[in-house]
Design a protein around this ligand. Sequence first.
Ligand code: GDP
Ligand code: MG
Length: 163
Amino acid sequence: ARPVIAIVGRPNVGKSTIFNRIVGDRLAIVEDKPGVTRDRLYGTGEWNGIAFNIVDTGGIEIDGEDEIMKSVRMQAELAIEEADVIIFMADAKAGLTHSDEEVGQMLFRSRKPIVLAINKVDNAGRMDEVYEFYGLGFGEPIAISGSHGMGIGDLLDAAVSKL
Ligand code: GDP
Ligand code: MG
């Protein structure tokens, strides 16, 4: 079976934007099963000659801080179960939040290979925006911009090298 890469993070950090850039039109049709599969999208990708399945998590809009964090936690748990590598995404514009730290701790404890991607670094000169994310403990954050398509090659290099 193909290795699985999952993208995890708070709502609005840009997971779906990056997923769409990686997958293009290779979206997998998943049977409509009740429950969690509804808010997960599966696609395929290939990088450096390695084919993989990739999962976009947390697609259903929900309201309320508690409900949102419950859902993000559940998506992180599912990713820990099914993924070979997890792309943990945060947002340079929002900065490091308490929710990022909470999800980061879950992922850290799982001992899964994690690649930390900081999205919305729209100006390559603004690398200072990513330094605070070193504190999450996943090594060097990879600066990306879903809007500009910047850094996605570096992100895939890092993810595929951990498969
Ligand atoms: P998700 O909830 O994590 O899947 O995030 P989305 O992919 O839906 O993106 C949330 C919002 O952030 C949308 O309005 C996107 O257009 C915007 N967005 C995504 N990537 C970038 C980026 O690199 N820079 C900026 N400025 N906005 C972005
Ligand atoms: Mg999304």
